[in-house]
Write a protein that binds this ligand. Structure first.
Ligand SMILES: [Zn+2]
Length: 440
């Protein structure tokens, strides 16, 4: 032990005496200037023309029109494109992918996949989110026993490539989890997948366990769809109180109006899904500043889904009915003044890269009447604000992390095509996608 301490002290002195000389010589080579033809100002929801972004190491240090660029500086020329803050997917399950034609995808995952294979597959999916322009995700459970914390660490240390992750660990939930039909004698299989709480004391300790093992946010199920049990308001109140004590936000899976109302009454910060919410509950959400993460399906993905399951009836009316319900709920939420935060909830195999399938959530919102710049705000600044990170994520300004993407096309008038045409992805100052020669 003593030997280790001596070694650490030597290392500390070595670093403190050598850092300044390294920093000086590397400084200029680590400065990059991005010329943005158009720049999305996510804080104000506006497009700005001909801006320059100065990046030093992993941070943005200056944004403006009149920044002088030294002659030998490294320049990335994005004058033909629109530069946006890196997108944030507020609801992912990187460690889960269900085959629609598998009768028991849960059993497949919980009984046969195993942790090692599951994280390896998750790391491939993580890369696909980044390559599609999501530089940050909020991963909300279905990730075994803190496998999300492991993947986050691997990404942060550079072992695998992926977006920044904010993770919840297992979902905190009442008896039965979300596994319908599970025999009581096999209930132990859900103990690693969920944190099951039986009473208020359990709920309090569940939060301590999650904080201890590295959760950034607490995810609960106000109701356990597709199972029909639920947490009580008192259990949820105890979770919220404990989570807020550790400065963690609480977000609740809640599908019907009662579950949403109970979760909001208990004091949660976010509602996931909220497929059926009454105007009264939406008004309460707006009053308490609770955000809504609508995890809706776009029309192209709906058609794809019905193709995969070989749906025999007429697809159009089925899709129209579902889309009308989504749209009605989304528009009423916006009218009530509820903040919308983007979340794909993509855990289905749509036979395409999962990050691309996830991108469809932006298209879904456009189909339901949201304006492109509002969708982009929900996918950047407002999502970061929900995590109290709006000074450094979801925004391009001095002091923020150098997380940004560039898209080709007219983002306002041709949104659905342009948002998929990503030519450039930078995360933490490093370039991960560069489709054309953008160096000058
Ligand atoms: Zn989900």
């Amino acid at each position: 032990m003593k030997k280790q301490l001596t070694y650490l002290l030597i290392l500390f002195y070595f670093i403190s005496f050598t850092e300044t000389s390294f920093a000086q010589s590397e400084k200029e080579s680590e400065t990059t200037y991005i010329k943005a033809g158009k720049l999305f100002d996510s804080g104000n929801g506006k497009i700005l023309n001909n801006y320059i972004i100065k990046i030093e190491k992993n941070k943005v240090t200056e944004v403006g029109k009149n920044i002088s660029i030294p002659e030998d500086a490294k320049i990335i020329d994005l004058t033909d494109y629109t530069v946006l803050p890196g997108l944030i997917d507020g609801h992912t399950h990187l460690m889960t992918l269900d085959d629609l034609n598998d009768d028991q995808p849960m059993a497949e995952k919980l009984l046969f996949e195993g942790d090692a294979l599951r994280v390896l597959r998750g790391s491939k999916r993580a890369k696909s989110w980044l390559e599609n322009g999501f530089t940050t995700v909020r991963d909300l459970g279905d990730s075994g026993s803190f496998l999300d914390v492991a993947l986050k660490k691997a990404i942060d240390e550079g072992t695998v490539v992926g977006p920044r992750m904010f993770v919840s660990g297992p979902i905190i939930i009442s008896e039965g989890g979300q596994v319908p039909g599970l025999l009581k004698s096999h209930r132990d299989v859900i103990d690693d997948e969920y944190t099951i709480v039986k009473n208020v004391d359990d709920a309090i300790n569940a939060v301590r366990i999650h904080v201890n093992y590295g959760a950034d946010i607490i995810k609960i199920c106000a109701n356990n769809t597709p199972n029909n049990t639920s947490l009580t308001i008192d259990e949820m109140k105890a979770i919220v109180k404990m989570a807020h004590r550790y400065n963690k936000k609480v977000t609740a899976h809640a599908t019907n109006d009662l579950a949403v109302w109970e979760a909001v009454t208990a004091g949660v910060d976010g509602i996931e899904h909220g497929y059926q919410i009454s105007d009264t509950t939406l008004t309460l959400m707006a009053k308490k500043g609770v955000v809504l993460v609508p995890t809706d399906i776009s029309k192209p993905l709906f058609y794809k889904l019905l193709d995969i399951i070989d749906y025999q009836k007429d697809k159009d009316p089925a899709i129209k009915r579902a889309k009308n319900r989504y749209q009605d709920r989304l528009q009423r939420a916006i009218k009530a003044g509820v903040t919308i935060v983007t979340g794909s909830d993509n855990y289905i195999d749509f036979e395409m890269p999962q990050g691309k399938a996830a991108k469809n959530i932006l298209i879904a919102y456009e189909e339901e009447g949201m304006k492109p710049l509002d969708i982009l705000r929900s996918s950047t600044y407002l999502s970061a604000k929900f995590m109290d990170k709006e000074e450094e994520l979801g925004i391009i300004k001095e002091g923020a992390f150098a997380d940004m993407i560039a898209v080709k096309g007219d983002i306002i008038n041709d949104f659905s095509k342009t948002i998929f045409d990503v030519v450039f992805v930078m995360k933490n100052g490093e370039i991960y996608v560069e489709k054309q020669n953008l160096n000058n």
